[in-house]
Write a protein that binds this ligand. Structure first.
Ligand code: ZN
Length: 326
């Protein structure tokens, strides 16, 4: 595997199958090619812009899809994927996929054929090995590529994908993680891939009641600066010790109460190690664990395991993300 293109295309197909996006025609289910192209674009958009994951090709330069995204969305912050993608960007992506992926993948996997807008199967060679063959095909077939409207999947294969969706999804994610880890050291890569298409949501907010109990436990003293927060004057805030966007973790062992000033100053960054020691001993405090951890997490060995996880995540985030000394 020299790029992530194939697993992402298969993920797009699976997504369409799972959400019944296909048109049933006799024994074939037709998936609109534009759905695949759009999914492919958005997925890569999230990898590149939101999570800053590198995807390098054989020549160690960024993959072509990143160049397309950069050309059209270079100025966007990337926190949210655009709802509607520019049609020119999609057209470029479509060309890229036909040139380098869709024919090859069809030859590898034998799971789809190409269909026209009239829902007729097209007679196209099974494998295009390189750019030259692709151009030749364009000449011979009178640029039929632009007429391809659907990927048609046989009903048996469609049903298999539907029944085995969870394990196929996991297998594709495993392939992607394996590929991306060659050039990225970011923690929780698999969770990032899960949320990349916004199909999954992790709980970011902490329940109000739990927050209040946490502030009480801290006696309204800021975890960072030690200032007492006067509830008449200002409001204590719940802070993700390791920022949420780095690890998608809102469990209480990663949450502290902070004054508005410290919370604002820290923002989306990692603090110095003094505070790691502080939160680790807080998690160990019996008065804390008895009140905040679930019964099965209250044993000494469970708390130790949670703290080891916290320390490991902290260390890798410290290397990878922006830090601040409070
Ligand atoms: Zn403070």
């Amino acid at each position: 595997m020299t790029s992530s293109y194939k697993p992402i295309i298969l993920k797009a197909l699976l997504h369409n199958v799972k959400n019944s996006k296909g048109i049933h025609k006799n024994n074939i289910i037709l998936i609109p090619i534009e759905n695949i192209v759009e999914y492919f674009f958005k997925f890569n958009y999230a990898l590149m812009k939101r999570y800053r994951l590198q995807q390098l090709n054989n020549r160690k330069s960024n993959v072509v899809i990143y160049k397309i995204i950069d050309k059209f969305y270079g100025n966007e912050s990337g926190l949210k994927t655009p709802k509607k993608i520019a049609s020119k960007a999609l057209k470029k992506t479509r060309n890229l996929l036909f040139r380098h992926v869709l024919f090859l993948l069809r030859a590898d996997a034998h799971i789809y054929d190409f269909f026209t807008e009239d829902q007729n199967k097209m007679d196209l060679p099974s494998q295009i090995k390189n750019e030259r063959e692709f151009q030749e095909l364009l000449r011979k077939t009178n640029s039929e590529i632009k007429d391809i409207t659907y990927l048609g999947i046989n009903r048996d294969i469609h049903n298999f994908m539907l029944r085995q969706a969870p394990i196929l999804e996991s297998a594709l994610l495993a392939l992607l993680v394996q590929f991306l880890e060659k050039v990225n050291t970011v923690p929780n890569l698999s969770q990032k891939l899960l949320v990349a298409t916004e199909e999954y949501h992790f709980q970011r907010n902490i329940p109000e009641g739990e927050k209040q109990r946490l502030f009480e436990y801290q006696q309204d003293i800021c975890f960072y600066c030690g200032k007492k927060v006067d509830p008449q004057q200002e409001k204590m805030q719940a802070d993700h010790f390791i920022p949420y966007t780095y690890i998608f973790e809102s469990q209480i062992w990663n949450i502290v109460g902070a004054c508005p000033q410290c919370n604002l100053k820290k923002s989306n960054r990692i603090t110095q190690e003094t505070y790691l020691d502080k939160i680790v001993s807080r998690n160990r405090d019996p008065a804390f664990s008895a009140q905040f951890f679930k019964p099965y997490d209250q044993s000494e060995s469970s708390i130790k395991a949670l703290n080891i996880l916290l320390e490991n995540l902290y260390m890798s985030c410290r290397i990878y993300f922006k830090s601040i000394d409070l």
